[in-house]
Design a protein around this ligand. Structure first.
Ligand code: ADP
Length: 257
């Protein structure tokens, strides 16, 4: 579903963001990317939908090169990729349902989207998406009236309304308390299992990575230093990824640089 072919990214100031990444992520996988702050997790995730341009190599989505795509083809590939951000990225003063419907804009003309003329099928899809994350009753509430966890669920619903093949989540729970964190991760996992949507999540919590991933990819200085199932991601492996021993109490919390 996602293929990196010898991908590198060097920022204009010379910083190496990604260093020869070569990997395949299969349909339906729940992959967690781990690594210290600055390891390249965000660069990797954002290069998948070309929020960041890579400087070498190629990325394929479901067999199509997003690296080479232009114009309408690029829009079509991007439509297949839902994105979830740490800061939710909602239109705060708009209602929940309007935010979710904005996930449909890739399917319509700009004018139609600006006027908010969405077909009934889109509205049904948006309500179904809200149902899936258990906040259908909030449809007409303004987004900024919701708690952080509820806002993140709206952003998951917006991604779902896109009918994506892939969901990318960049530190989706970094702004949430522990209880809400579990709920949002549970939502992502359930959606992955029920709909088979390939999911890639950046996390810096060791214990969460182990709890939810089917596969863990460890990054260090822009390179893949571990790639394997959770059963192989031992404390020693995490020490390797982080470049230092992991202390016992860190397993219950964040590992910072
Ligand atoms: P992570 O998500 O693991 O914290 P990032 O992907 O954000 O890591 O960053 C990887 C490396 O690229 C870091 O050294 C970071 O400082 C650098 N970097 C990120 N964004 C930029 C940018 N816009 N310009 C220059 N360097 C950047």
């Amino acid at each position: 579903m996602i293929e990196f072919k010898q991908v590198s990214k060097v920022y204009p100031n010379g910083t190496v963001g990604l260093d020869h990444i070569h990997l395949k992520i299969n349909k339906g996988e729940f992959v967690v990317i781990v690594g210290l702050s600055g390891a390249g997790k965000s660069t990797l995730l954002r290069s998948i939908n070309r929020l960041h341009e890579i400087t070498e190599g190629e990325i394929l989505i479901d067999g199509k090169s997003i690296t080479k795509a232009k114009g309408s083809e690029l829009l079509r590939i991007r439509r297949d990729i839902g994105m979830i951000f740490q800061s939710f990225n909602l239109v705060k003063r708009s209602s929940v349902i309007r935010n979710v419907l904005s996930g449909r804009v890739g399917y319509h003309s700009t004018l139609r989207s600006i006027l908010g003329l969405f077909p009934k099928r889109d509205v049904d899809l948006a309500f179904d998406a809200l149902e899936r994350v258990n906040i259908r009753e909030k449809a007409y509430v303004r987004a900024d009236q919701l708690s952080g966890g509820q806002q993140q669920r709206v952003s998951i619903a917006r991604a779902l309304a896109q009918e994506p093949k892939v969901i990318l989540a960049d530190e989706p729970v970094a702004s949430l308390d522990p209880l809400t964190t579990q709920q949002v991760m549970d939502d992502l996992k359930r959606i992955n299992q029920e709909l088979g949507i390939t999911t890639v999540v950046n996390l810096h919590f060791v214990d969460l990575a182990r709890q939810y991933a089917t596969r863990i990819i460890g990054l260090r200085a822009g390179a893949v230093v571990f790639d394997g199932p959770v059963s192989e991601a031992t404390d020693e492996v995490f020490s390797e990824i982080y470049g230092r021993p992991i202390k016992k109490d860190e397993l219950l919390g964040a590992v910072e640089a």
